[in-house]
Design a protein around this ligand. Structure first.
Ligand code: SF4
Length: 272
């Protein structure tokens, strides 16, 4: 779901639509209740998590969140629902850098919430922090392992910024090898599992073979950046749509190393 109401293309998924989707994907291996926006803004998010957990819709399910609304009360509800993955974005190890990257965000609140979640997550629930590396935070990122150790976090991931437009291109940075080695070393010393994702191949994308996204209004897309529409079919049957003509055509192009126009327009993986 995508809950950023600042964009007219975005909104809250209705609970009825959510149930319809959930019932059609029963047995799926992994489900993320997120699609680019902040899912915890949804007024019925914890009801949705409970629905997934109680009915065992997915073998594993999780959320990606900025952590602001992940209060101890909400975290406890998610733990009770059986959530297995909590990914929290934190791009800086200090309040000043965080404020410069995320206007209106509260470093202290995020850190407090992370500390609670890391200390109270039940066995089987993986809590991972991830940082998107940009020119604005790369310098201080070496301080992150010590902070995460203090917060009790055991999993950390850094990612290269995926460029969606020219403005973002100005912030792109590659992680220098010496910094990557330092992060690995520090995380190793603290017992934190660490992974770094650099930009994937520019000649091929596995996304349409592996995942499918359902937007807040029930539209099917092959991934978060690809705004291809017209993949929906009538009747609304996700199993059929997973193998529908539109997504098969996209896979057909991918195996021939051909990105579609929408990929080229919207996604850094395709050089867009
Ligand atoms: S937009 Fe295209 S290249 Fe980018 S992740 Fe989606 S399918 Fe892959």
């Amino acid at each position: 779901m995508n809950d950023n109401l600042m964009n007219p293309d975005q909104g809250f998924m209705s609970y009825e639509q959510f149930v319809e989707v959930a019932e059609q994907i029963r047995g799926v291996r992994r489900l993320y209740l997120s699609h680019g926006g902040e899912s915890l803004l949804h007024p019925r998010f914890t009801d949705m998590a409970r629905y997934i957990g109680e009915r065992r819709i997915a073998r594993s399910f999780g959320i990606e969140t900025n952590g602001i609304l992940l209060t101890p009360g909400i975290a406890d509800e998610l733990f009770a629902a059986g959530i297995t993955i909590i990914n929290i974005s934190l791009d800086a190890a200090d309040a000043v850098t965080n404020a410069s990257l995320r206007v209106g965000s509260s470093f202290d609140t995020i850190v407090k919430n992370i500390r609670y979640v890391a200390a109270n997550a039940p066995e089987g629930c993986r809590v991972e922090i991830f940082s998107v590396l940009t020119a604005g935070n790369v310098e201080g990122i070496a301080n992150m392992p010590a902070l995460l150790h203090d917060l009790g976090v055991k999993h950390y991931r850094t990612m290269q910024l995926i460029i969606r437009n020219e403005e973002m291109a100005a912030h792109r940075i590659s992680l220098p090898p010496e910094l990557l080695s330092l992060l690995k070393k520090q995380c190793g010393e603290y017992g934190i599992e660490y992974r770094h994702y650099a930009n994937p191949s520019r000649t091929y994308c596995y996304q349409p073979f592996k995942e499918m996204s359902v937007t807040w209004d029930g539209k099917i897309t092959p991934c978060c950046p690809n705004k291809t529409t017209g993949m929906n079919e009538t009747p609304y049957d996700l199993t059929n749509m997973w193998n529908g003509p539109a997504i098969r055509a996209l896979r057909h192009d991918m195996v021939r190393r051909r990105f579609t126009e929408k990929c080229l327009e919207n996604c850094d993986i395709a050089g867009g």
